[in-house]
Design a protein around this ligand. Structure first.
Ligand SMILES: Nc1nc2c(c(=O)[nH]1)N[C@H]1C(S)=C(S)[C@@H](COP(=O)(O)O)O[C@H]1N2
Ligand SMILES: [Mo]
Length: 404
């Protein structure tokens, strides 16, 4: 990388192209780092307080990356003419431009994700991820094989003499070998990531889909006929399992469910008693504010409205505070929102007890709002008269979580 190029005013055509290329590289690196942090489920618990800032930084760097393209476009015909005889370089150029444009366009839509339909945002997320999973390994390969260190390595530090082009030439052989080895290594490293991502698009039940830990509770709730087989026909799409802590391991022994605060009949349930509460079945869609969605999920559980009615809310109660057994995550609804028909304390998904990763054995479901409202490992509902601000809302997520 030649940093001096960035300050020079008079540059010839070739140097100008190099400068654009280098700015692109720097921006792409920043986008990859911030993008990886946003994608990685592990980083959710590392610095959740910075998540919204990192997201905004990613978006702004994305906008700035349009600039090199603008500078480049007027030069493209002249550049292509120069590459007339270098087919490989031309293909490389078209490939990189396609990746960049796909990333920019899908990124733009994802930025305004809340104003587009969930189906379209799912598709844009797919494009964004796909372009990333192809683009990032390619760019790494490209930067490694074009780096000075690699070139020195390649030539075995022999002094620069013209290399005769013939098949048996040892330097050329070494070069192809090193390039193939580099490409292979990068592929092997990126495959698990790509596999994990792709598995979300492969129908569940296949051997590729990520392993799910069943919750072992006894007795297991007996699914209603509407739940098994699921009236929704089985969910479409896959969850990305999120947590901001270690996932809590819940058992018959350590699990309980409490309703308290401003209610006439506070109560703590153990598993067996909880199973006796009347359940309903509903089919709904699940939307994460980061752009992924799961459609036609058949949930079975206790409608929150009915649960609250039996606890008898006091008139001064204005809000509900939902607690998670992870000890950290909370969220909130107003009493009016909590009374919506489809808000549910869910226990079964598509006829099975909700898995550990998915927030089981009991999680909240608020289908009309983004899923950060849907507290996993739900174990307590408290009725309060003052506003509570949820985990993600404290860290910059909108208090208005309605899906439009
Ligand atoms: N306890 C707890 N509940 C949570 C979260 C979390 O990190 N911890 N993440 C929320 C967010 S942002 C989403 S999108 C959904 C994800 O649900 P899933 O992990 O079952 O896919 O859970 C919500 N509920
Ligand atoms: Mo989310």
């Amino acid at each position: 990388m030649n940093w001096r190029l960035f300050c020079k005013r008079k540059l010839n055509f070739g140097k100008r192209l190099v400068r654009i290329h280098h700015s692109n590289a720097v921006l792409f690196l920043l986008l990859s780092i911030t993008g990886f942090i946003l994608f990685s489920t592990a980083f959710r618990s590392t610095f959740p307080g910075m998540r919204v800032d990192i997201k905004n930084a990613h978006i702004w760097i994305g906008f700035i990356s349009i600039l090199p393209l603008f500078f480049y476009l007027p030069k493209i015909t002249r550049h292509l003419k120069r590459l007339r005889k270098r087919l490989k370089h031309r293909n490389n150029l078209f490939f990189v431009l396609t990746i960049l444009v796909s990333l920019l366009i899908s990124g733009l839509f994802l930025t305004f994700q809340r104003s587009i339909s969930p189906i379209f945002s799912s598709f844009m997320l797919f494009v964004h991820d796909m372009a990333t999973w192809i683009g990032v390994p390619y760019v790494i390969y490209h930067s490694v094989t074009r780096s000075k260190i690699f070139k020195r390595f390649e030539s075995g530090q022999t002094p620069k003499v013209p290399v005769p082009v013939e098949d048996g030439n040892p330097i050329l052989k070494r070069r192809t070998f090193l390039k193939k080895a580099t490409g292979g290594t990068i592929m092997i490293i990126s495959l698990p990531f790509i596999g994990k991502w792709l598995s979300a698009y492969i129908p569940s039940g296949s051997t590729f889909s990520s392993e799910v830990h069943a919750n072992e509770f006894t007795p297991l709730p007996k699914p209603k006929p509407k739940s098994k087989p699921p009236i929704g026909g089985g969910r479409n799409g896959q969850f990305r399992y999120y947590t901001v802590t270690e996932m809590p391991t819940l058992t018959n022994k350590n699990w309980s469910f409490t309703i308290d605060g401003l209610v006439e009949r506070p109560k703590t349930y153990r598993w067996k008693e909880f199973l006796e509460l009347g359940r309903d079945v509903q089919v709904s869609d699940f939307h994460c504010v980061t752009g992924w969605n799961v459609y036609d999920v058949t949930w079975e559980g206790i409608p929150l409205k009915r649960f609250l009615e039996s606890a008898a809310i006091k008139p001064e109660a204005k809000y509900l505070k939902f607690y998670s057994a992870d000890g950290v995550y909370t969220d909130t609804l107003t009493v009016d929102q909590a009374m919506l028909d489809d808000v549910m304390i869910a226990m079964l998904i598509d006829g099975k007890l909700i898995s550990k990763q998915n927030g089981g054995p009991v999680r909240l479901i608020v289908p009309k709002m983004y899923a950060y409202k849907s507290v996993k490992w739900l174990n307590r509902i408290e009725l309060i008269d003052n506003e509570h601000i949820g985990f993600w809302e404290q860290r910059g997520y909108s208090k208005d979580a309605w899906v439009k």
